[in-house]
Design a protein around this ligand. Structure first.
Ligand code: ADP
Ligand code: ADP
Length: 226
């Protein structure tokens, strides 16, 4: 686990639109940070810059002092969970979860052991041999989460992961995500436009507005001075 991830004046422009106007942020290992703000404020852009899916147009990102903004996504090795979970439809739950490990040439015994553990963590034991189309939305979301955490990534990036679920399931999965974060000691950056969700989940909130950090603080601090 890393000590500090640092965004230093991170900028991203799309033509004339400056989606991030020099974002400064330090994330400590083990923290759960929510990026919060209205649609269009730059949340997804920030997450994609962290993931390596979008090159920066200015600034830098360092992990324990080493620059990572010039590394491709696979070299950063961060786990990603998006709202469209993009599971492989022709693969069983177990194979979906094990895919990343098999790409890393993990041996069969180790692969089976880690897939077993991930299946257990997201409570999909009964469904592990099914295909994605046979699962509910919440179960598919659990597969997506298991697929990210099975690789034991230094950082898990989540972009509105619960927005396609109904209200009851959103609450259930919220608890689940918090539980996994705590029991695995994950470092999580979580994008949402839902203030209540951010308050419930995060140790620290980063409120973005028009591509700039407007406020950073604990849920109590941000809630007291909205
Ligand atoms: P959020 O995730 O907070 O809704 P985004 O990061 O998606 O915000 O977008 C921030 C700004 O950047 C918006 O003005 C959006 O229109 C613009 N933007 C995002 N992606 C692109 C893109 N691929 N091309 C052009 N403009 C983009
Ligand atoms: P099926 O062979 O019908 O897909 P399962 O759903 O039981 O059956 O999955 C088979 C096994 O494949 C599991 O034990 C799992 O650990 C393992 N597995 C996961 N990903 C891969 C992979 N990419 N290649 C081979 N085995 C994998």
């Amino acid at each position: 686990r890393f000590a500090e991830l640092h965004l230093d004046q991170v900028q991203r422009a799309f033509g004339d639109t400056v989606a991030l106007k020099g974002m400064d942020l330090t994330i400590k290992g083990g923290e759960f940070v929510a990026l919060l703000g209205p649609s269009g404020c730059g949340k997804s852009t920030a997450l994609n810059c962290l993931a390596g899916l979008l090159p920066l147009t200015g600034g830098r990102i360092t992990l324990d002092g080493k620059r990572i903004d010039d590394l491709p996504p696979e070299k950063r090795g961060f786990g990603m969970v998006f709202q469209n979970y993009a599971l492989f439809p022709h693969m069983s739950v177990r194979r979906n979860i094990g895919f990343g490990l098999s790409m890393r040439r993990t041996g069969k015994a180790e692969l089976n052991r880690r897939v077993d553990e991930a299946v257990r963590l997201v409570q999909l034991e009964e469904h592990q041999h099914k295909f994605p189309a046979q699962l509910s939305g919440g179960q598919q979301q659990r597969v997506a989460i298991a697929r990210a955490i099975v690789l034991e990534p230094p950082l898990v990036l989540m972009d509105e992961p619960l927005s396609n679920l109904d209200a009851a399931l959103r609450l259930e999965m919220r608890t689940e995500i918090r539980r996994l974060h705590q029991s695995l000691g994950l470092t999580t950056v979580y994008v949402t436009h839902d203030q209540e969700e951010a308050l419930a989940l995060a140790d620290r909130l980063v409120v973005l507005r028009l591509g700039e950090v407007q406020q950073v603080g604990s849920p109590e601090e941000v809630y007291a001075h909205p």
